[in-house]
Design a protein around this ligand. Sequence first.
Ligand code: GUN
Length: 285
Amino acid sequence: MSAEILGGKRVADELRHRLSKQAAKFLRCYGRAPRLDVVLVGDDPASKLYVGMKGKACAKVGLDSVQHNLKAGVSRAAVLDLVKKLNQDKRVDGILVQLPLPGKHSEEEVIQSIDPGKDADGLHYLNTGRLWSGSEGTMPCTPAGIMEILDYYKCELKGKRAVIIGRSNIVGKPMAAMLLRRHATVTFCHTRTVDLKKEARSADLLIVAAGQPAMVGKGWVKRGAVVVDVGSHKVNDKVIGDVDFPSVVKQAKAITPVPGGVGPMTITMLLANTVKLAFARAKAK
Ligand code: GUN
């Protein structure tokens, strides 16, 4: 048996096509494109690469994007001032501060200073609260993208045992809230979990956001499970995930590949969030 491959590229392409139509409609209605402002503090090469990819993706679907570069040693006040300026700027629909922030900067303070109505990452407490309360808000991009993939390939969630490895604010925690909303039975696992392998093996749906290359092998996966791999690591010039794909693909019913699985969806959901925020702001006027 070999698993169904849950490719994210198709899902992303179809969604981006719909988003470009919505962006064009916004332009017709309001005389400007939806706009995302991205703040990059410091010069971490991976962050620079991601921010560049976000700008290019915006242009491709017809969104405006502006990148703000601050030096790593910039003061706390300067970062907060920039966010305040973007909060007040009527032309800005979405704001994203690239994480991690270098050195002394408090990610929490900066993220919470973003206007929740412009929070393109869905990381503001108001949006987190809305997510956990089951009400409408902006949702974090990676788990929202995973939900799009699971729905696209019609993976049943109701009553399924979902196990999430990883408890970050960006992936693990919002993933749990989204799966709970869809009536899965959700278990969190993390670095202190006793017998992680046994917990993983109990999953009908295993979400792996552990940050460890090829950590999840065949013995971790129940036969017939659906496996979602959030990891992305460059090892010997090859990009691999947190799941040992060659062995798990024989055990699972379905699996997201790396590259080409969750990755293409994350930026797509950022575009979707920006378009949604732009319409919400325009309609509220
Ligand atoms: N760094 C890595 N992933 C993300 C993300 O989804 N949002 C932000 N702001 N920074 C990140």
